[in-house]
Design a protein around this ligand. Structure first.
Ligand SMILES: [Fe+2]
Ligand SMILES: [Fe+2]
Length: 304
């Protein structure tokens, strides 16, 4: 099947070089160096959560009700470190995808310079998240080795609209999450500062990724579209399920596997993830990257 199926694209792609030039200008005006723009020596207050309690994967469950206030603080700190630790994993993958995408292009072109700027942002973010876990005294949470292997294969083979859509999945879910945290006075200053830095810089990444998806998705063949839909849905399911690693629950004496099962069926948490991905889902639907059998994967992941 080689015929291209026309897809309505209300999100029209902007001119790639013009957009890249604008993004480069914005990055020149507002970028951060977390090694000096975060106060790493500030004390970690005892009474503040690691993330907004409503964002805890156990919020509203009997397990949550059974925790003391201090345990809730500890759990939410570990959950933030897990989500940002999984963020490091994903950033390491997306840096490879972006670099591969512009490899061999003329570096005098703004889109190449933008791609390199985005990768530089992600390098700083990953160091920032690594130091956040260290400062909170949490381990370096990562997905299990089976998922690490899958990610490596995706970084090697992923390309085209699915690659940029996969990047968007992680960036947009984290964006909504971190916008909540940076405004929440019940949350640790370190969480709020790292969230704010990430939100500002990621807004540019999301703009670029949306544009790449909107430009490329309409060119897919029928078969290509089906394949890209499956890839994006699988990435979304894996990212959503892996944000909070089971070992975080051990930090408050809960059984990791038992608590993970409770989190997976926690409707309050699922609703948070669903809300956070609603803008992304609407966009991917508009460009034809959600639809057909792939819907089932999105539903099973609790994101639809
Ligand atoms: Fe990032
Ligand atoms: Fe990013």
């Amino acid at each position: 099947m080689t015929a291209t199926v026309p897809v309505r694209t209300p999100t029209r792609a902007a001119d790639r070089q013009e957009l890249s030039t604008r993004l480069l200008g914005s990055a020149a005006r507002t970028s951060y160096d977390p090694t000096v723009d975060v106060d790493w020596d500030a004390p970690v207050p005892d009474a503040l959560y690691g993330l907004s309690p409503e964002w805890s994967s156990l919020y509203g469950t009997p397990l949550w009700e059974g925790l003391t206030e201090q345990q809730r603080v500890t759990l939410t700190i570990h959950e933030y470190c897990s989500i940002s630790g999984v963020g490091i994993w994903f950033e390491c993958l997306l840096m490879q995808l972006v670099l591969k995408d512009v490899y061999g292009d003329d570096p005098s072109q703004p889109h190449v310079q933008w791609a390199l700027t985005e990768i530089a942002d992600e390098c700083r973010h990953s160091v920032m998240f690594a130091r956040t876990a260290q400062t909170f005294g949490a381990p370096s949470y990562q997905p299990p080795s089976s998922i690490l292997r899958l990610g490596k294969a995706f970084a090697a083979r992923g390309s085209g609209p699915a690659a940029y859509a996969a990047i968007l999945v992680a960036e947009e879910i984290l964006d909504i999450f971190q916008r909540d945290l940076m405004r929440d006075e019940r949350v640790q200053p370190l969480t709020r500062r790292t969230s704010q830095i990430h939100v500002v810089e990621e807004a540019r990444h999301m703009r670029f990724a949306r544009d790449e998806v909107a430009r490329r998705a309409p060119r897919l063949t029928w078969l290509g579209r089906r394949q890209h839909r499956t890839v994006v849905a699988s990435v979304a399911a894996i990212v959503a399920d892996n944000l909070v690693q089971p070992q975080v629950y051990a930090s408050v004496g809960l059984d990791p596997q038992e608590a993970k099962a409770v989190a997976r069926s926690n409707e309050a948490y699922r609703a948070k993830l669903r809300d956070a991905s609603s803008g992304l889902v609407a966009f991917l639907r508009e460009v034809g990257l959600i639809g057909g059998p792939s819907e089932l994967l999105w539903k099973r992941a609790g994101l639809l």
